[in-house]
Design a protein around this ligand. Sequence first.
Ligand SMILES: [Zn+2]
Length: 312
Amino acid sequence: MGMRLSVMVLAVLAQLAACACAEEPAGAAIPQPKPKAASVSFTDVGLVEFEAPPDAWVIRYTLDGKAPTATSYACCTPIRVASSLTLKAACFGPDGKSSAPVAVECVRKPAEQKDAKPKAAINVDFSATPDLTEWALRAQKDAEEQYPIMAEKLGSEGFSPPRQIMLVFKDDPKLQIAATGGTTIVFARSWIKAHPTDTGTVIHELAHVIQSYKRKVPGWLTEGIADYIRWWTWEPPERRGRINPARAKYTNGYQDAAAFLYWAEKQYDKDLVRKLNDQARRGTYKDELFKEYTGKELDALWKEFVESLGKK
Ligand SMILES: [Zn+2]
């Protein structure tokens, strides 16, 4: 009975709230973000949803407790959250006006079972490139699906991969392809417009987020491992480039190094990439590790790989 009554009271209150909004004089007030719930609790990744703001208004938000500014990320999809925090959102208008911030409490509860493959909270801001909406949403989906698999492949003891990740799309002529800094990946609109099928760039950049190298690692290995993840664990085989034995060198990084690592793994040590990545992450990578793991020096191993290409 009491339960029923309170449901009715809530329904009436909700109606009252709806009426109050409708009676506001049009154009006069600055709209406030309307979260679908004042708090969100979750065990893995939480979703914070807002009602769509009025036309020409954008909801911007922060996850660090600070008030959002005109340069904070724009809300383009339900906002994914990976940990307990206070999300703050405000509406920004075309004339620079903004509302007071609205807070949404996000509470992560301990999971009953520890998930060996935790998901990541991957947000996208394509507010500056509305023509990339479809591309950005697919990037978000690919990243969400692939992240746990990648994190396991590049896992090491005592390391938890970052779980709060941002994909930003910018229309900036100075930007080439994409760049990853910490847990933020910035994509260049110009590159995506010219290469719309290059969706694997997302996987490559995401690998850099998981690599989380803090100390100096040879560039060829960093890029080789990222391309190994992209081309040898994600892309369909027919999309892989052919390695030209006359010009290829592992020091070129990228696809040359990726194909080499894949081959060496198959031939000598099925855990080679994980082990190399672990050493790189700890800042203890050195070329001599190839000898330790495969029994062969790096350059000898490369020579053997190039010879194997001619035999196919
Ligand atoms: Zn890279």
